[in-house]
Every structure is written in C-alpha cells, then in structure tokens.
Ligand binder design. Sequence first.
Ligand SMILES: Cc1cc2nc3c(=O)[nH]c(=O)nc-3n(C[C@H](O)[C@H](O)[C@H](O)COP(=O)(O)O)c2cc1C
Length: 383
Amino acid sequence: MKNISKIITAFLLLIITQSMMAQEHKARVLVLFYSDNGGTYELAKEISKGIETQGNVQAVIKQVKASTHPKLKDIPIASVEELSSYDGIAFGSPVYFGNISTGMSEFLSKTVGLWTTHALEGMPATVFMSAGSGAGKELAIQSFWNSLAVHGMVLVSNGIRGAENIDKNTPQGNTVLGVTSLASVKNVERPSESERYIARMQGENFAKIAAALKDIFPHKMTSENDIQEKTANINTVLKQKQIILPQVPKPAGNYQPYVRSGNLVFINQVALKDGKILNPGKLGLSLTEEQVKEATKVTMLNVLSVLNEALGGDLNRVKRCVQLTGIFNTKDDYTKHADLMNIASDLTVEVFGEKGKHARATFGASSIPVNSSVEIQAVFEVE
Ligand SMILES: Cc1cc2nc3c(=O)[nH]c(=O)nc-3n(C[C@H](O)[C@H](O)[C@H](O)COP(=O)(O)O)c2cc1C
C-alpha cells in the first residue's frame, strides 16, 4: 500500500514538473494596443484568442497608456523596457489620417533606447488596426511597418488568409498586411464576425511564427524578474518605511479627485482622515505647529492615495513630482509656512527619491474649506 502511494506521489510530481517546464518554454506574445473607443481592443482580444489556439504560446494583452474608457480602464499598461522580453509583439492602433494614432506614436517614440541597443531585432511583429470608413487603412499599416522595420523586427503579413470564408456582402476590413475593422460602416456590429475571424487567423499564424523563432535571436532580455522588481519598487519603499496609503477621499462637491491632462495629474486635498478633518482650525489660535504638521502629513498621504488611484495602483509610473503648493490656515503675522510644508516635501522625496524633488509654493489663508488647517495642491508627471 505504502509503495503504491509512493508511486502515485512520484507520478504526480513528474506531471507537475513537466507542466511547469512546459509553461517556462511557452513563447510569450505581447498584444500591445492603443484605443480611444475600444474597437482596437476588441480586435486585440480576437488576435489573442488566435494566438492561444497554439498550446505552446501565451498571449499577454497590454495597452500603451492608461485610459478612462470603461472597457479599457483595467487593462495593464506596458512599459517600454519590457518589450524586449517577449517572443513576438502584435501591435494594434486606430487609423488616424492613414497613419498610426497619436497614442501609439507617442509610445513608439519612447523606444529609441531599444532601437539603439538592437533590442527588438529579429523579433516577429504583426499589426492590426481599427479604422472608421477604412480610408487609408493599408497606408496606415504600412506606415506602422516603417517604424517596426527600423527596429529590425520580422514583419508578419496576413496575405489572403481566411478571405474565402468571410461575408462578402458587407464591406470588411481584411487587408493583406493585417486585419482592420471598419468601425463606422454600421450595417453590422463592428468588429464584424468576419473581421473577428480574420483577426483570430492572424493571431494563430503569428503565434506559429513566434514559437518557431523563439530563442533564435537572443534578445537583450529584461527578465520577468527585473520587470516585477521594477513594479514592486515603490511598493517596497512604502512597506519598508511603513507608509500606509489611506482610502481615497470622496469628492465633497462637483469636482474630480484628480484630473489627468496629457502626462500631468492634478490633485488637491485637505486633512481628511477617516471621514473627519484631522486637527481642524487656525494655527496660532486653536492649533499648534505640531498639530498642523500632523495634518500636513495626512493631507500629503491623501494626495499620494489619489495619485495611486489615478495610476491604476502603480506608483512606479510617476516620472516626477512637478510642483506642490501648501496653503495653511494661519494668523496674519505667521511666516514659517515653509517649515510646515517640509513635512509634505520630505514625504514625497522619501517615497519617490530623486523623482520626488519638486518646485514649491506655500502661503497662508484666513480660512480653508471644511475648517482644515491645510490644503495641498499637487502636480505630477506620469507615464
Ligand atoms: C484624428 C483621427 C483621424 C482618423 N483618421 C481616419 C482615417 O484616415 N481613416 C479611417 O478609416 N478612420 C479614421 N479615423 C477613425 C478611427 O480610425 C476609428 O474611429 C477607429 O475605429 C478608432 O479605434 P478605437 O475604437 O480603438 O479607438 C480617424 C479618427 C481620428 C480621431
């Protein structure tokens, strides 16, 4: 009996080890897209389905920048550094004037470092795009190919794959370079069934090529560990310094907790803690400097918590703190605002290091909303 259980255990261990090894040897394809309205994302999902029909290839969907679109807000954001760690990349973008969209173009312009270090050379790439009427759709894919060719990537076209099985009574976005969708041709839902089918075929074909070329060209790998380490960075700092971010305070009026404009995030907070203002009042009348400093720390933690939410929980995407403005409820003759504000500035540098150094303004006010002793306005540049 004992022997049988030993044999079963050994057999199970063998299966587990083999499946772990198979996982390790899987090719990984990044499906990297930008989308305004979600059409490109729909194609990205079909491309991924096609990729995963190949048991030896895993698809990873990411977008190039954060989006507030409900369909897109929870999709992870790719970093430039991680691109070289994949075995192939399927790029997706809307068509803008027969060209790549601005969002994708911005991301590609950050890959100069990868280009000059030959990091993507020999890696397979394929392109899919969401168009409106379809005007200039092949031109757009071709212009996308220009950038990928400069990187030395192996460009994988789609040919007329699947064309015999599509609905020819309705205009379709298939092209020999890669699939597109005709989002503004609305007689059927877009992407149409035929466009989705071509996208899956493109993904399937691309996965075969990525698997075949895996390990042929040694990439300058940014290993998965490096990537995880990078994203764990600020979280580790917070943990080491025992800094706990509070719940994101709810807006008390007709405004947003933050606004992102381009790469800048704007945030304003007061000393709200657990639903109440910490140490309310005026410095010099009802409050000491120590109490205002305590309120300043709480206020800055609120700012960081909102920033964390604006960045989808990844504070590593902070490029720098641009400016902090501290407003303090003080008596008219008070002059040591800078000492109070240092609490917020020190905390910012403690969390973000060099990136936390910022320009600063401080001033006194005769009153601050909800009787907070302090308000902080913050501007951060983010990825
Ligand atoms: C600035 C701009 C330029 C565009 N140019 C074209 C174009 O040349 N050809 C086309 O077919 N659609 C064009 N469109 C439409 C988009 O490609 C289309 O709405 C696309 O489906 C958006 O993809 P998304 O749903 O992933 O955001 C353009 C849209 C914008 C905003």
